[in-house]
Design a protein around this ligand. Structure first.
Ligand code: MN
Length: 249
């Protein structure tokens, strides 16, 4: 029997994780380990030197779940250390409320939970849903259906070491799926200040939407975007140039 561990960064009470867990139940046994509160944009945080509250609970119709007072990556690390049955056949993270593309992936708890899984040797898929129109209804069903398709392929084919799949599904009628590379984001953050208190505000990020073949381009044009992500962050193309600097000590 296939066993799937589901996590997210929006928190254990978010609608996206319930839609994902229910979709994964059509494939195998499902357990959940997820943050107790919204941990969006927490990055690949490992909680060291602080207590982490954990609580056994359920979501939906009795899906066993661990609520974790820590980061998304903590959820996977703690699961691997014995707080969930281990190992799962796959870790699936999401469905995130909002897209995670390009440089977003270093901020995204949805993606970094998947990265933690591949560090632990488990294949992983991150799933995010683009809600492009603020007034429209959030419907995770199409993203959940597409996640099912991708997960079935991963279970059949496995993934190379330290490699995850990052799936982004646009709102509305999805035209198909495109294999993509990371595009280039443009962040529009602004500073709001009241005395000694500051806040990062501003419009949602945009990016180079015209460069064909990128994640940004695919979602902008109505396709689901599937990007393989590797944890080797070495700038391989720069190594030769760096060698030419002839640094000696
Ligand atoms: Mn989130």
């Amino acid at each position: 029997m296939v066993y799937i561990l589901v996590t997210n960064d929006d928190g254990i009470h978010a609608p996206g994780i319930l839609a994902l867990a229910q979709a994964m139940q059509t494939i195998g046994d499902v357990q959940v380990a997820a943050p107790s509160i919204n941990q969006s944009a927490s990055g690949h945080k490992k909680t060291l030197f602080h207590d982490i509250p954990v609580k056994e609970t359920t979501i939906g119709a009795g899906i066993p779940a661990l609520s974790v007072g820590g980061s998304p990556a903590d959820c996977i690390a703690l699961a691997a250390m014995g707080l969930r049955p281990w190992p799962p056949d796959i870790v699936v993270s999401g469905i995130n409320r909002g897209e995670n593309m390009s440089q977003d992936i270093t901020y995204s708890g949805t993606v970094t939970a998947a990265l933690e899984a591949t560090i632990q040797g488990i294949p992983a898929v991150a799933v995010s849903f683009t809600k492009r129109d603020a007034d429209s209804v959030e419907d995770y069903q199409e993203a959940a259906r597409i996640a099912q398709v991708v997960v079935r392929h991963v279970l059949a084919k496995k993934l190379p070491p330290l490699t995850i799949l990052n799936l982004n599904v646009p709102q509305g009628n999805v035209k198909g799926i495109r294999l993509t590379r990371q595009g280039v984001r443009i962040y529009l953050d602004e500073l709001a200040r009241e005395g000694d208190i500051v806040r990062i505000v501003g419009e949602p990020p945009t990016g180079n939407l015209d460069e064909a073949g990128t994640d940004l381009w695919a979602v902008e044009n109505g396709y689901a975007s599937l990007t393989p992500i590797h944890l080797d962050m070495t700038a391989h193309r720069f190594l030769a140039d760096l060698a030419a600097w002839d640094i000696t000590i």
